[in-house]
Design a binder for this molecule. Sequence first.
Ligand code: PLP
Length: 356
Amino acid sequence: MQRATITVAAGRPDPTPDAPLNVPVEFASALVAGGDVGYTRHDAGNSRAFEQVLGALEGGHAVLFASGMAAITAVLDVLAPASVARPPVFYSGTRAVLDARSHIRQVVCEPDAWIDADADLRWIESPTNPDLRVIDITAASSRDTPTVVDSTFATPIAQRPLALGAEVVVHSVSKYLSGHSDLILGAAVCRDPELAARLRDHRELTGAIAGPMEAWLALRGMRTLDVRFRRAADNARVLAERLSGHAGVQKVIWPGLANHPDHAVATRQMDVIGPMLSAIPTGGESAAQAISESTRLWTHATSLGGVESTLERRRRHRFESPLVDPGLLRLSVGIEDVEDLWADLRQALEAAGSSR
Ligand SMILES: Cc1ncc(COP(=O)(O)O)c(C=O)c1O
């Protein structure tokens, strides 16, 4: 089945007269004895339904966690690497987790240096947050070393890292997969069922299972992933092109643009170039801050991947990498009408220009 069909058709109960079409939300802790589960910290029906859909989309065995960070720490704990190859700039939370594990040697890899990386785990994020570099997953996974790909910005609609050679895919389900900025969840998807079982054990013992309401909402959001992601990506293309021609913008970073350093890899590897877009205004940091505070339709907010468009200057966070330009605005393009999005961005760019 095609991915658009899987998002709709997988993870449903067998059709039974007068029964619901979807797995209903199941509020429970203790379960009646005699079954395989017994207690919902071990496993839960709403998590399982979501895992069936994500596992089918990624082509592996999915484990749902209470957050993206819970999934990431579980993968690092279970694989227990002594050294990790990672991009120069990637999600600040993952970098903080690696930094806190001082016994792990970090090897910083530029996009073209992954093949020869000397480390016992490769931690790829593609596209990277927030500078949108695209890493060649096939080339990076060509050695015996296990490769993990944080595919949050791509979703399985744009790329399927397990099919490209990775062992594990991780997601912040809080973003596109759920899609409505209303929950925190994460997931890991493994090629090896044995590794997925070890992650389940880790989840059980660290208490990182998803609540039933979040799991149910995430699956409800996932049903529309394909249409949401594609529509937002179409909007991003239009905005990237228009921003590129605007005098108030010095740099637009979107892998679908021919001048992006990884454009060739992105078009080869990704079925859709996603909706995340970064831009640096001509006026730098102060203009970026002014723009993020003067939009009316775009919300000034962190996070990403919701139906609503949001933007922020990433370096406003003290934990963001100093390698990120202080004027970089990260835009999470939503599914609104693109003309309304452009009109609002243009008025904010003009307001920032006149305040300089
Ligand atoms: C690329 C990426 N990975 C992981 C995470 C962490 O996910 P969560 O916030 O769901 O714990 C984030 C959050 O912003 C992210 O952007």
